[in-house]
Design a binder for this molecule. Structure first.
Ligand code: C2E
Ligand code: MG
Ligand code: MG
Ligand code: MG
Length: 291
């Protein structure tokens, strides 16, 4: 991949790009085709409140159902889309799809927040807030129903511009979250000034915190930091019951992970949630607190 650029202006020549240009054009063509021919899928992974066990949100995660290659994970095309600028088209597709899903879930009685991932390029797009606002109006959905996830590094790429985009998104009513917290360039000075509502602890610290005391310490201090700043804290990558229990004891607010559910096709999300709620009430009747 190309080295990171400081802004999103036109790139006239980049040797790394040139060497792979025919491959690049092929993949870019295939991605355009994917959008036009409905090969993209938005999966939903539930986010649960640790104290009650209730489903409080879902993260929207992109998949590409490639006619020959099968289900392509995002890490195989998102970095490329970011590099070429095509991510802006993808992000608008993702947000519009998330808005449609929010309506469907809401009408089924699920009052939850849908989280959408934004990339660096999106934060540098001064028109992003108005594009999102137009989609809210088109689908008659409230900004408060969505949380936008951004990484520390994407903010630090051009802090001034990112800050102004984030302030406008927050002004519209969107919730904002810092994703993969602890892995990127972090600036606590910016964190304090940003209009964020939530921090997501990266799964690399959460996944084995029941075995690794250093990971457990990092998670604990991140929870304290978040609470000290008045932010909600979410742990991603909860893969077993011990980790769920530890996070509960440390008063972490929300959790997401394979232990509860993998990302699901949207058609399966409602039935999963219904089943989960039923199991939860059964456990409460029996007085079980462990999951
Ligand atoms: P992310 O935003 O940090 O998303 C969480 C990732 O962790 C997802 O991977 C999810 O499947 C995975 N995960 C959740 N729980 C567990 C667990 O318990 N164990 C393990 N090992 N993994 C877990 P996924 O779907 O492959 O997405 C990878 C990354 O791709 C995302 O990381 C995000 O950075 C990016 N991405 C996905 N969809 C989009 C999108 O629509 N737009 C943008 N810009 N990026 C996206
Ligand atoms: Mg995310
Ligand atoms: Mg994450
Ligand atoms: Mg992550």
């Amino acid at each position: 991949y190309q080295s990171k650029r400081r802004n999103d202006g036109p790139v006239l020549y980049d040797p790394a790009f040139d060497a792979a240009s025919s491959q690049t054009l092929t993949l870019l063509g295939e991605l355009r085709h994917a959008v036009d021919h409905r090969e993209l899928r938005l999966y939903l992974q539930p986010k649960l409140a640790l104290d009650t066990g209730h489903v409080v949100g879902a993260e929207a995660l992109l998949r590409w159902e490639h006619p020959r290659r099968g289900l392509v994970p995002p890490m195989e095309f998102i970095p490329f889309a970011e590099q070429t600028g095509f991510i802006r088209t993808l992000t608008l597709w993702v947000f519009e799809e998330a808005a449609r899903m929010w309506r469907v879930l809401n009408e089924a009685g699920l009052r939850i927040t849908i989280s959408v991932n934004l990339s660096t390029r999106d934060l540098l797009d001064v028109e992003l807030p108005q594009k999102f606002e137009a989609l809210l109006v088109k689908h008659i959905v409230p900004a408060e129903g969505f949380c936008l996830e951004i990484t520390e590094s994407s903010i630090m790429d051009d802090p001034q511009r990112a800050m102004s985009t984030l302030e406008r998104l927050s002004g519209l009513g969107f919730r904002l979250s810092i994703d993969d917290f602890g892995t990127g360039y972090s600036s606590l000075a910016y964190l304090k000034r940003l209009p964020v509502d939530e921090i997501k602890i990266d799964r690399s610290f959460v996944m084995s915190m029941e075995k690794d005391p250093n990971d457990a310490r990092i998670v604990r201090s991140t929870i304290d930091l978040a609470h000290g700043l008045g932010l909600t804290v979410v742990a991603e990558g909860v893969e077993n019951a011990q980790v769920w229990q530890l996070l509960r004891e440390q008063a972490c607010d929300e959790a997401q992970g394979f232990h509860m559910s993998r990302p699901l096709p949207s058609s399966e999300f409602i039935s999963w949630s219904t089943g989960w709620t039923t199991r939860l009430s059964a456990m409460k009747l029996k007085g079980e607190s462990r999951m």
